[in-house]
Each structure stands twice: as structure tokens, then as C-alpha cells.
Design a protein around this ligand. Sequence first.
Ligand code: PGA
Ligand code: ZN
Length: 418
Amino acid sequence: MSKIIKVQARQVFDSRGNPTIEAEVVLENNIKASSIVPSGASTGTFEAYELRDNNKNHFLGKSVYNAVNNVNTIISEKIINQNPNNQKKIDDILLNLDGTENKKNLGANSLLAVSLAVRKASIILNNENYFDLKKEVSLPYPLMNIINGGAHADNNLNIQEFMIRPDSAKNFMDAIEKCFLVIQNLKKILKSKKLLTNVGDEGGFAPSINSNEEALNLIVDAIDSAKLKPGLDISICLDVAANELVDKKGNYAIQSNNFEEVDNVVKYYQNTVSKYPIKSIEDPFAEDDWMAWTKLTEKIGKNVQIVGDDLFVTNEKRLNKGIESKSANSILIKANQIGTLTETLNVINLAQKNNFTTIISHRSGDSEDTFIADLAVMTNSSQIKTGSLARSERVAKYNRLLKIEEELGNKAKMNKIL
Ligand code: PGA
Ligand code: ZN
């Protein structure tokens, strides 16, 4: 064992150019590992607290010097001399130092940066992989966000993310190739319609289109043009991010800018999944509207993946509630919604025990850190959502999975999807 001798944080910048925190851990034998924490735009109310300075004199209030300082003083003092192989103990120390349920004292960003950097250092120390190379290892299907709307783009699309999933992919390179073909064909189609092909925060196109159906039709056309079969080779996955589309009365503006009652929204989803090859819907309703989620899951949950992101916020208590009330059948996993690796792994475990699929996810503000690719493999998660095949902070995760696939050779298999 080689003890932790130094924990040092610094302010760095995410893919939107906003400040974020990086923590570096140094071990006795000079092994170093670091981790950069991502940041969301459509964040759920129940997410763990992201500590920003709110000092208008620095980076419009977005600087994270206090979080950096927390790591360099309070946290480092207790983490130094610890065994990097004992992740549970490290995370317990972090949780106790903070002492609040939503990590309001030290900030989930400070905690997570250290938690993940320690795990990475321990992997290097033991010359391990995040997964057991002796067993068969499964790679996740990518959910590639190819048309951006909602809070992630400046167009009039209400739904935040239109994604594709290459269901017939035989391996990860094949998955990437199928997505590549759809994306290139979509680009051609957009150009032929004189629509812009510049990309949004997650690398998807953000054309000026006005309706969900227009986006869905464009994607189906692109799948056809790529000579792939919609629904067989490529299915469509949505992230509605409905928190952003609900009014005070609990009505939703999903189909158009008119607010509709839950029953009408459920009908709209039923109708839309019957017309298009949609296999997954994330955040179809707001984070507190448990009844609406249950209604939808009852109606279409057998054939469609219903994914809780803002609903569950990678939180065991909220996931337990969702399991009891049958509100969904899948959970999106974002480690910075909860704050430590141990808590993240516990939620994944709980989900999988209850036959929920787990989808490891990036944030809309992300970085060159590729840890989520390894997390997806090590937790046997069936899917990973990390943007389009554009913007290096997104593609880096796909490149990491290709490297894992190469390393695994014939032990690598694609995971199972619903
Ligand atoms: P966020 O968006 O990172 O901006 O929260 C991603 C998502 O909603 O899944
Ligand atoms: Zn989401």
C-alpha cells in the first residue's frame, strides 16, 4: 500500500468555458491521478449542491475558489495518510466532513473531485482495470444526442434531446459507425433544407425547427438515407427534460407551447411512440410528478424505457420511492448529482437489483475527463449517454470505450438492452 500524501485542487474550465474544479491526488510512490467535475444546465432541484462563489467580481459569480479551498484545507487534512484502496472509508470521511444530506457545506463538486481522483489513483497503484479482465465484459450502447433543443439550444424545440441508439451494433466500433452514418446523413439533409448544421452544447445539431415531429421526421429520414432500419438498427431515445416545460398548475408544454393536462400528455407520448421508433423517454414529466410517471410507465413501460434523471438524481431514497411506485424502469446516473463514488455505485446496485436499466451520463458542461466510460463498463451498465460524435469532450468518452474494447479483445460483448 502506498498512502495518500497530497490532495490538491485547482480551478479549471468545462466545455462551456465555465469554471469547475479539478482535484489531484498524489500517493507516496509519486503516483498521481486527477478528476474534473462536470456541470449541468437543466439541473434538478434535488441534486446535491454545486458550490460556486457567487462573487460577481470573479467569472460572473461562477468561480469555484471556495470549493478549491475546501479541498486544499479541510478535506486534504483528513484524506492525507489514508489508504487509497479503501474507497468506502474515503467517501465516509468526505460525507462526515460535509455533514449535510445535499452536500451544502463543502459542495458536491469538492467531494466528487476527490472521491474520483482517489479511485483513479488506486487503480494505477494496483495496476488494475476498473473491470475484471478475467470475466466477460459488456460494453454499453451509446445514446447519441443528435438534435438539441430545450435549455441546450437556442431554437424553438421543446424537447431537449433527440438521441439515437444503434440497437443492432455487434461491437462498439460498429455502434459508432452506425451512429456516424446517421449523423452524416442528417447533416446532408439539414443542408439540403437550408437548415444550420452548427452544434449545441452536447455536439448535436441545433437547427431552427419548430416541432418535435419535424425533428423526429428528420432523424427517420437520416436513418433511411444511411440504409439502416429505423427501430431495428437504430432506435430513437428522447430526453424531454420536462422540468423545464411545466407550469404552476402541473400542465406541460411538450407538444406545442400550449400547456396540456397530464392525461393528454400521456396520450401524446403513447401516440408518438406508436408512430416513431422511440424506445426510451427520459424525464417525460417533472421531478415531483410521481403519479404522472406511474401512469406513463403503466401504459408504455413494457416496451419503452422510462428514464428518471431529474426524478431520481442518482439518489437512493428517490430511487426507492420510484421502485415502490413503479414510476420508471431505468435510471440516469450522474455522479455529481449525489457527490461520491460509493453513493453512485450503491444507487446503480439498487437499480440493477430491481431490474432497472442504468445509463451512465455526462453533463451538458463536461470536460476531457473520461471516467464515465470506465464507470459504464465496470458497473455493467447497458447504456452510456455522452453526446454526439462531435466536440472532443464528448468523443473522448467514445474513444475511451474503443480502447477498452481493443484491450478486451474477444472478451468484449455488447450489453443487453430492453
Ligand atoms: P444537464 O443535461 O447536464 O444540463 O442537466 C443533461 C440531461 O438533462 O440529461
Ligand atoms: Zn436528462
